[in-house]
Write a protein that binds this ligand. Sequence first.
Ligand SMILES: [Zn+2]
Length: 210
Amino acid sequence: MAVVDEKTKEELKKEIARLMKIPGKSRTAILRSHIIAIRFKEGEEGVRKVEELMKELGYPINLSKIGVFGWEKDSWPIAVGLVAAKIFGWTDKDIFELGELAVKRSLLAKITLRHFLSPKKAFKEAPRLWKKYYNFGKLEPVEFNEKEKYLVLRTIRPRFHPSVCIYQRGYLAQIAKFVFGTEKIKVEETKCEFRGDPYHEYVIHWSEES
Ligand SMILES: [Zn+2]
């Protein structure tokens, strides 16, 4: 377990203060899925550690009391993710996994996804799916290429944090695994606001299971 030194704590404090100024709410299901993922990866002790550091940084939160259907600032799950990453020394791979776990372990996500009869329908429904979870930004379907087996999605959202891009890549990968019924999914972020593009664009490649 990584030691969070004073300098890192100061950086986190500053970053969370910046995040909290950004308006935009998400379903507490998102925050809850982060907590479930932390528990899965680091145990109950891990959840307690995140809670402790959040409190120390000036953002006390009771992580065991988060429901699914409420709305809170989306800065909360992002802050919790950043704090967890520092405590446990998480890499981008762990953040990606957080996105995957959010879909894998969410009943709401599974219920929603069950409604889709085909990947193409799910693709077209992406904007509505986004609206179920976020009161800001959007998720736009751009291209569905059946022949070459890839699809393109675009998200527009406030400049929260680059870790959200990685989280979303994991999230989209797991949704694609569900709707295509295959583990052979590759998601690339081909355009990104943090690299100077006007939006974030994800290309999802799939191949049928042999
Ligand atoms: Zn991005």
